[in-house]
Design a protein around this ligand. Structure first.
Ligand code: UD1
Length: 361
């Protein structure tokens, strides 16, 4: 059986790595890995391939950045001949980035079966590009692997054949479970120096410059209470450039380049709190039992709020400050547990379940 995986952007790599590993254990499976090149900086791509011990891509389409139409169209055009030539039995696409929807669309038009890993997540906010990518990819997919029960319910409500839907758990947590011990060993953190870890990259947050400025001022105020470590995504770095010298970085608010997987995971595991607008980080902090404050009005991962440690603070910076103060007040309580069976099937074995379903079919 020939299985072809399509990845393109940073969060895809953590999801594809365990599925590639799980399938590699099965004799008779041949795998091909296509990188669309949506993310291309070494810090956003190569370093993840190394640290996650992924095979080198068989082919990099080099699509790069652009508007949504340009980027999606570039993947459509570049991937079609590759799929027609390589003729896989099934294509696996991951998450909700532009590369995901583009690959799924090409497969559905040329009659190649497509499986979506991380199916069924819904924020119900169609101003998010990822929500459009999720909706369309799920409609086009022949197999849908969901991380949590709410995903199954969303898919059924949209009329997807229940026979196609498989609740398998969270593949990103598979990678976390495998690499957490190594991350903690290689990147020890001084427990006497509490810190908040911050990431912000959503267009709704960082493309709105007055709002970005307000968020930075709030982070600067918080840094009077605890150290803040903020690895900055390239999109955010560009917007910060536009804000110029008014950025309030100081010794306690540290702006860094994007971090590799292992050092970022080690920092997450020991953080007093994480402030983010990322989807995957809401999940990782839930697993790690680290308090997470999400600077968004909604989440496609409601289970991280109901069973995990996530709080939505929306666009309310007073709420963010209050929630942060509350977390600091309870800080003297015992340290967070680092592994938890809290969310069903987030157990490090989701990719094995995916391999089993694919091979059974
Ligand atoms: C993309 C995904 C988003 C995901 C995020 C993770 C879509 C619609 N969005 O957003 O869901 O959470 O990746 O990082 O697919 N850039 C670089 N170097 C790179 C990549 C990008 O400098 O390696 C810069 C470019 O100027 C680019 C901008 O970052 O225009 C944004 O990149 P893009 O891939 O368009 O979207 P992300 O914001 O990264």
């Amino acid at each position: 059986m020939h299985i072809l995986h399509v990845v393109g952007a940073r969060p895809n790599f953590m999801k594809a790595a365990p599925v590639l590993r799980a399938l590699a254990l099965h004799p008779g499976v041949r795998q091909t890995l296509i990188h669309t090149g949506q993310h291309y900086d070494s810090a956003m791509s190569d370093v993840f391939f190394q640290q996650l011990q992924m095979p080198m891509p068989d082919c990099n389409l080099g699509v790069g950045s652009g508007t949504h139409a340009q980027q999606t169209a570039a993947v459509l055009t570049a991937i079609e001949p590759v799929l027609m030539e390589r003729k896989p039995d099934i294509v696996l696409v991951y998450g909700d980035v532009n590369s995901t929807i583009a690959a799924a669309l090409v497969c559905s038009k040329i009659g190649i079966r497509v499986a979506h890993v991380e199916a069924g997540l819904r924020s119900r906010d169609r101003s998010m590009p990822e929500e459009i990518n999720r909706l369309v990819t799920d409609q086009l997919s022949d197999l849908l692997f969901s991380p949590s029960q709410d995903g199954n319910e969303n898919l059924r409500a949209e009329g997807i054949d229940p026979g196609k839907i498989h609740l398998v758990g969270n593949v990103m947590i598979d990678t976390l479970v495998r690499l957490l011990p190594q991350a903690k060993k290689e990147f020890p953190v001084d427990p006497s120096c509490p810190y908040a870890l911050v990431t912000l990259h959503r267009p709704s947050n960082v493309d709105d410059l007055p709002w970005l400025q307000e968020m930075l001022s709030t982070l600067s105020q918080l840094s009077e209470r605890l150290h803040i470590i903020f690895p900055v995504h390239p999109r955010t770095r560009q917007r910060l450039g536009a804000l110029g010298s008014s950025i309030a970085a100081n010794g306690r608010l540290q702006l860094l380049d994007p971090l590799p997987y292992l050092s970022f995971l080690a920092l997450q595991a020991r953080a007093a709190m994480v402030i983010t607008d990322s989807g995957g980080i809401q999940e990782e902090t839930s697993y790690l039992h680290v308090p997470c404050l999400t600077v968004r009005e909604n989440t496609e991962r409601p289970i991280t709020v109901s069973l995990g440690t996530n709080q939505l603070v929306g666009r309310d910076l007073e709420k963010l400050k209050q929630a942060a103060r509350q977390i600091l007040r309870t800080e003297s309580e015992p340290a967070p547990r680092e592994t938890s069976p809290g969310i069903p099937l987030w157990d490090g074995h989701a990719s094995e379940r995916i391999a089993e379903v694919i091979l059974r079919r």
